[in-house]
Ligand binder design. Sequence first.
Ligand code: HEC
Length: 157
Amino acid sequence: MKPKIKHIALALLGATLLSGSSLASGPAKQADQRAPLVLLDAERHIVLEEMRNFLAVLQVITDALTREDMKEIARAARTMGSGAANEIPPKTVAKLPEEFKVLAGGVHTSFDLIALDAESLADPKHTLTQMSDLLQKCNACHGIYQIKVGRGTTVRK
Ligand code: HEC
């Protein structure tokens, strides 16, 4: 590299780094804009536990998929299906907005379908496609809501 070009390149690099650091320390980073679900600390714990169960079951299904163990996939998916025991107490459910419940219901229905199709079709590629659809549903809800601990009521959305 010619010395002059090298200087320009270094200057540009410096400017980029500087603007980056001012972004990190400045007010540019926006606060979490997702709609807050206002729950008691104990309720937040229950909801997050259910979330971690979702993730754990997705891991079991993914592992079973590598072995094309369709029976295990059906068994694991059913533990999160709409027939599974609802871990969230009615009092907490009552605090959740309708849209949240619809999105959560969609996830349980997806698990139902994964279980049914794993048994009847036994096609790992089909299951994988269903997993991708399911993960999109997880992402959709995560993009809309956050949990905040408090005694107030959730803003209906
Ligand atoms: C109906 C809405 C909704 C759906 C559907 C949903 N989540 Fe969540 N999830 C949440 C909310 C709200 C939080 C808390 C986010 C926050 O406060 O930042 C959360 C948090 C989590 C966490 C963090 C748990 C912790 O201990 O901090 C995991 C992991 C998670 N979700 C996994 C999943 C997976 C996997 C799926 C799909 C199978 C899923 N979620 C579907 C709403 C949802």
